[in-house]
Write a protein that binds this ligand. Structure first.
Ligand SMILES: Cc1cc2nc3c(=O)[nH]c(=O)nc-3n(C[C@H](O)[C@H](O)[C@H](O)COP(=O)(O)O)c2cc1C
Ligand SMILES: C=C(O[C@@H]1CC(C(=O)O)=C[C@@H](OP(=O)(O)O)[C@H]1O)C(=O)O
Length: 389
């Protein structure tokens, strides 16, 4: 069965419903791992007022019994902390006209879905658009992703992320488990404490001048077996699927696999990862491919980098127009974040986990975790024999 997830909900509505269908039965579910990822997604210096208020309370609705998946669709309810405050404007049936009018967004913010969404549906103002386009939905994606990450951990596969730049300040990718642990617990998603301070300063400067900052992050997947994905059809290639899932993160504008854009500047002799003999096993001397060749994993770590634009709602608003008066205006201002890169990289882990879990379920799936693990083990052993000198 293929694994898929859907959500419904709005940023200032009651919350989100998450349905993850196709997870095999018998997987132990860790509520703590979901809580940890939701907490990490709220992190980061530069996030706005809402992240101090939001608790991300969630409840399992179906598909898990006694701590194990049953093979039924998994349902989770994720509540918005401020629902009561927004009820007047957002209630499914009893909307208070005055409150709704106060919340109307008639001056579309450049860089947001406001105008494009109004054009799509013919809305007279953008409230319905921004409610669904909001990155609040990434909390729901993080819940689904954390369940997929639990599935991958059970198979010995780890998905981690780190911030690699904010504005023009850069940070190194962690190189050891110890460094990854530092990035995991860092508020900024980086390894060095002095780097955290530099990134905070950059965010302060942007915030003080009413501006915002983007940046980059990397997701690294370790211990992925070779041979996952497909070269058979364009929409089954794993690199393409990862790029789609990561590009869907609000504000993501670029995705690179392995050496990415830099590879285009080098000759082939410096790019392709040669096979080398390490004791009695054939291995690779480098990993410029980022663990994927021809849309299929090659057994090396998967490395994906994502570039995020600076977020669009600015305290010093950009120029726009009012869709009702047709006059020039300054863009609508909502309270908001100055920089979201440390939060977005947690969403990057979630989306990567989802795509990988999907590919593994398609290839080795079935209804039972135990059967899937057995098939995957056989596959790994066969590959090891292939690489044995
Ligand atoms: C975790 C996270 C939080 C975000 N918070 C804000 C915010 O507070 N204000 C804002 O204008 N954009 C924020 N964004 C970005 C917008 O949601 C995004 O730029 C917008 O929906 C348009 O989508 P696009 O940039 O992918 O084209 C956030 C993005 C992420 C990933
Ligand atoms: C709520 C979250 O992020 C929100 C994403 C967002 C946007 O425009 O994307 C705008 C802000 O919403 P609000 O105006 O309600 O503060 C962010 O806080 C979240 O990440 O959980």
């Amino acid at each position: 069965m293929s694994l898929r997830f859907l959500t419904c909900g709005e940023s200032h509505g009651k919350g989100y419903l998450i349905i993850l269908e196709g997870m095999p039965c018998g997987l132990a579910i860790s509520k703590e791992l979901i809580e940890q990822d939701l907490t990490r997604r709220r992190r980061g210096y530069g996030r706005g007022e809402r992240m101090k208020l939001e608790k991300d309370e969630f409840e399992f609705f179906g598909g898990v019994r006694g701590g194990f998946t049953t093979g039924n669709p998994i349902g989770v309810v994720l509540r918005n902390s401020e629902w009561e405050k927004w009820r007047g404007a957002m209630d499914p049936f009893k909307v208070d006209k005055e409150e709704a009018a106060q919340k109307a967004v008639t001056r579309p913010r450049p860089g947001h879905a406001d105008f494009a969404g109004m054009a799509k549906f013919g809305f007279e103002e953008a409230r319905n658009v921004l409610e669904r386009a909001s990155a609040r939905a990434t909390a729901a994606w993080t819940v689904a992703g954390a369940i997929c990450k639990t599935f991958l951990i059970e198979l010995g596969i780890t998905v981690r992320s780190a911030v690699t730049s904010i504005g023009t300040e850069t940070a190194d990718l962690p190189e050891s488990d110890e460094k990854w642990a530092e990035a995991y617990s860092s508020d900024m998603g980086v390894t060095e404490r002095n780097m955290e301070a530099r990134l905070r300063r950059a965010i302060d400067e942007a915030g003080q001048s009413g501006d915002s900052l983007g940046g980059t992050f990397a997701v690294v997947v370790k211990n992925v077996p070779a041979g996952i994905g497909s070269y058979g059809e364009w929409d089954r290639r794993l690199d393409g699927r990862l790029a789609q899932a990561l590009m869907a993160i609000p504000s993501a504008k670029g995705v690179e696999i392995g050496g990415g854009f830099e590879l285009s500047k080098k000759p082939g002799s410096e790019v392709h990862d040669e096979f080398v003999l390490l004791s009695d096993q054939w291995d690779r001397g480098s990993n410029n491919a980022g663990g994927i060749e021809g849309g299929v994993t090659n057994g090396q770590d998967i490395l994906v980098r994502v570039a995020l634009k600076p977020i669009p709602t600015l305290k010093k608003p950009l120029h726009t127009f009012d869709v009702q008066t047709k006059q020039g205006a300054t863009a609508h201002v909502e309270r908001g974040d100055v920089c979201v890169v440390p939060a977005a990289c947690v969403v990057g882990e979630a989306m990567t986990s989802l795509v990988l879990a999907q590919a593994i379920c398609e290839q080795f799936g079935g209804d039972r975790m135990e059967d899937l693990k057995g098939r995957l083990k056989e596959h790994i052993e066969r590959t090891r024999r292939m690489l044995h000198a």
